[in-house]
Ligand binder design. Structure first.
Ligand code: C2E
Ligand code: CA
Ligand code: CA
Length: 759
């Protein structure tokens, strides 16, 4: 019996020491106090071990001291532990110091026992033939018991109060420690009163220590967690189903019951219902998640299913739970967002970014098929908006988008590129150019009783490399379109590679122009103007660009480019200046010879032509009548009143105004009576036609006589033969220009040419 108890107590000491070490290392706040408590449980047990094994007086005595003082230590650490464990905010320092004072006094009086013998002595008895030492208590021992029991009682009261105050769920946390404490205390008391020599109650200390260790470090209130989780689960908006290892439904929250249309008593039917609602639902022991769409079109509902499994401590499948979230609203919202990110809000067509994406996908996924991209542009759409208002404009855009849909039914993609431009992708063979041209020739938009013709142009790019960026393809289609932008009869233009070359060329010469002027690569050539006697009376200044790489460039190769980008202004100012420079030389050599300069209709857009001409002539001090001004009738197409006033001003100040290319455009004789011009230059096409066509010849003659009667001088361009010269002279024409006399030539050659031919 002794040996068994000895071994049990020894094991307990080791276990307690190990637990104390764990507690000390633990990161929990209770760790320190717990560790101290566990350590303090060891001395009384060790004391008892010694007592049990003592056969002589002295070791038994030492064992007793260790035991009693150990009890005081237990009380001290137990108080600290109780304060921490029960989270007592014990501000009353006095109480604590009183408690510790009593403990200290007790320890001291125990230690004084060898001197005064007032606490206890040991008497030897024989049990089962072996000697034992039994305690004989005196006053000091009574004091010791009062102190220890008193404090023990106080601690138990603290625990009881705590137990009564905390929610039921926490009760086991305190209850079990309290119970083990009371149990240990009673056991010990039993020993004291039974006066049996072997103190088995130390086993109770050990058990108490282990319980305390477990509850304060490892125990989690599972029932509390369960309740909390169940609470959370039933509050969740998503449907939750819990299944056991046999896949039987054991619990479902309210949304879940609503979903399957069952009540709590019919949980057995849950798997079957889920099966019929979600056809792809798999009831097995794996984890998965899936999106399921139930129903079609507008009524479709989107569910997100997530299946989780639970495993027991050995990793075996213990059950599972399924959550079902109704994602329909979020999904609809997402689709709406997707739609508006991809569509133009006005017309409902794809927007540019999305259209590019779609077209790219189509053309690259069928590289063997031939597609064309069509760039659709409304001419002067701004004017439509300005005149009729933006509501009408919006409506016009909607009508255009409708027209695109209807007239290109086999288009594989179309959308609004922005503003008044649209893009279409259509199989090349399905693009019916004739039909489109016909429809565009008469395209009207209507709203209420307003009806307006709008001019639409299409630029077409036939996709040759499907991997080219779609934006570049549309740039090319737009480039094709830009070649017919101002035209009213042509509606459709196709891109070809020359166009691209041309654009590059245009960019090149535009960037070179200013240096070319500075370096005198650009020069006026002079073409003689001759009278009926064959005498040179003046010259037309025609520009030439002696390009270091390209050779001599004729005006037709660069003037339209500069007319488009506005650089024509630089060129013309230079030409006028050059003409004035020559005239200022001629003041002394050929004082009666004049020079005609060309004024582009586009000059009027970019500068104040009248002021500019006055400034240059006065700068060179030129008699205005020596610098003749060639304008074309197109300048009269817009802003007629101001243009007429300007011409009148110039004429009044002595400038001579010539109308160039008369008869080439819309010219009507009618215009002649309104336009204050001094000379008309009859276009060379007239002369050419009059060669074969007697009617044209009659018209030519009539123009000459008519202008004569109006007091306007006539000049015929493009005279190439002696015969033409004679016929025109006979008709009464006064001035002539043409290769028959001379091509346009540099100044020095011209001056050479003039010798002997000056009027
Ligand atoms: P334009 O003002 O009608 O000039 C007459 C054009 O006819 C010149 O062409 C001239 O070389 C050509 N020509 C003259 N006689 C004959 C002939 O007997 N037969 C034929 N087939 N052609 C003849 P060029 O120099 O190539 O100029 C073409 C056009 O470029 C000019 O037509 C004019 O509109 C424009 N241009 C020339 N220089 C300037 C300039 O400095 N400024 C502006 N704005 N335009 C200019
Ligand atoms: Ca001219
Ligand atoms: Ca001309």
């Amino acid at each position: 019996m002794r040996d068994v108890i000895f071994i049990v107590l020894l094991i307990m000491v080791l276990v307690l020491a190990a637990c104390a070490y764990r507690a000390y290392k633990s990161k929990k706040t209770i760790g320190r106090a717990l560790s101290m408590l566990l350590l303090s449980l060891i001395p009384p047990i060790v004391g008892n071990l010694i007592i049990i094994n003592s056969t002589t007086y002295l070791p038994a005595l030492i064992g007793s001291y260790i035991y009693f003082i150990g009890m005081d230590l237990i009380m001290a650490t137990l108080i600290k532990f109780t304060i921490d464990y029960c989270s007592i905010k014990w501000e009353n320092k006095l109480t604590i110091s009183v408690v510790y004072t009593f403990l200290s006094v007790d320890i001291i009086q125990m230690l004084l026992n060898p001197v005064f013998g007032h606490a206890f002595k040991l008497e030897e008895i024989v049990v089962n033939g072996l000697p034992y030492f039994r305690l004989v208590p005196f006053t000091g021992q009574t004091f010791h018991r009062i102190v220890v029991y008193g404090e023990f009682l106080a601690i138990i009261i603290v625990f009881i109060i705590k137990l009564l105050r905390v929610p039921r769920i926490y009760m086991e946390r305190y209850g079990i420690i309290l119970a083990s404490m009371i149990f240990g205390g009673l056991w010990e008391t039993f020993y004291i009163f039974s006066r049996t020599p072997i103190d088995t109650s130390m086993i109770g200390f050990g058990i108490f220590g282990i319980l305390v260790f477990y509850f304060s470090l490892y125990y989690r209130p599972m029932r509390l967690l369960d309740r909390m989780l169940a609470g959370i689960a039933s509050e969740l908006p998503e449907a939750l189903f819990f299944f056991d290892a046999m896949n039987r439904c054991i619990w479902a929250n309210d949304p879940a019951l609503d979903l399957v249309g069952l009540d709590e008593s019919r949980l057995d039917m849950v798997p079957g219902e889920l099966d019929s609602i979600f056809p792809d639902y798999i009831m097995d022991g794996t984890e998965w998640q899936t999106q399921q769409i139930i129903g079609k079109g507008r009524d479709a509902r989107f569910y997100y299913l997530e299946k989780h499994i639970a495993k027991d401590d050995y990793g075996r499948f213990a059950g599972s739970f399924l959550s079902v979230r109704d994602n329909t609203e979020a999904q609809r919202e997402l689709e709406k967002e997707k739609y508006s990110a991809a569509h133009d809000s006005l017309t409902g067509l794809f927007n540019r970014a999305h259209l590019y994406q779609v077209i790219h996908n189509i053309v690259t996924s069928h590289p063997e098929r031939k597609y064309s991209l069509v760039f659709v542009d409304v001419n002067d759409f701004k004017i439509v908006n300005d005149i009729f208002g933006s509501e009408f404009g919006d409506n016009a855009l909607k009508m255009i988008s409708e027209w695109i849909k209807e007239s290109m039914p086999s288009a594989v993609a179309y959308g609004r590129l922005g503003g008044d431009t649209f893009g279409v992708c259509i199989p090349t063979d399905d693009f019916d150019e004739e039909k489109m041209s016909r429809e565009l020739a008469d395209f009207k938009v209507k709203k209420g009783n307003i009806e307006h013709h709008i001019l639409i142009h299409l630029g077409v790019y036939d996709v040759s490399n499907p991997y080219l960026e779609v934006s570049v393809m549309f740039d090319r289609a737009r480039l094709a379109l830009s070649t017919i932008k101002e035209q009213y009869q042509m509606h459709i233009a196709h891109y070809d590679d020359d166009m691209r070359k041309k654009v590059l060329w245009n960019q090149k010469i535009s960037s070179e122009l200013l240096t070319a002027i500075e370096e005198k690569q650009v020069k006026p050539y002079l073409q003689p103007l001759v009278n009926a006697d064959g005498k040179v009376v003046g010259a037309e200044a025609l520009v030439r660009w002696i390009h270091p790489v390209e050779g001599i460039l004729p005006p037709i190769s660069f003037i339209p480019v500069f007319e488009q980008n506005g650089m024509i202004v630089e060129l013309d100012k230079f030409m006028w200046r050059s003409a004035c420079e020559i005239l200022s030389e001629w003041k002394y050599t050929h004082p009666d010879m004049f020079i005609s300069v060309n004024i582009s209709p586009k000059d009027f857009y970019f500068m104040d032509v009248e002021t500019e001409i006055r400034r240059i002539t006065s700068e060179y001090d030129i008699d205005p009548s020596m610098l003749r001004i060639e304008i074309t009738e197109t300048i009269m197409m817009t802003d007629i009143e101001n243009r007429v006033r300007m011409l009148e001003n110039l004429k009044r100040d002595g400038f001579i105004v010539e109308m160039d290319d008369f008869g080439s455009g819309y010219s009507s004789l009618n215009l002649l009576k309104d336009m204050p011009v001094d000379v008309i230059k009859i276009d060379m096409m007239f002369l050419r036609k009059s060669n074969e066509n007697p009617k044209a010849r009659t018209i030519l003659r009539n123009i000459i006589t008519l202008t004569d009667e109006l007091g306007i001088e006539s000049l015929t361009e493009g005279v190439e033969t002696d015969r033409q010269y004679r016929i025109l002279s006979d008709m009464g024409c006064k001035l002539f220009q043409g290769y028959y006399f001379s091509r346009p030539i540099p100044l020095e050659e011209f001056e050479e040419f003039c010798k002997n031919r000056i009027a």
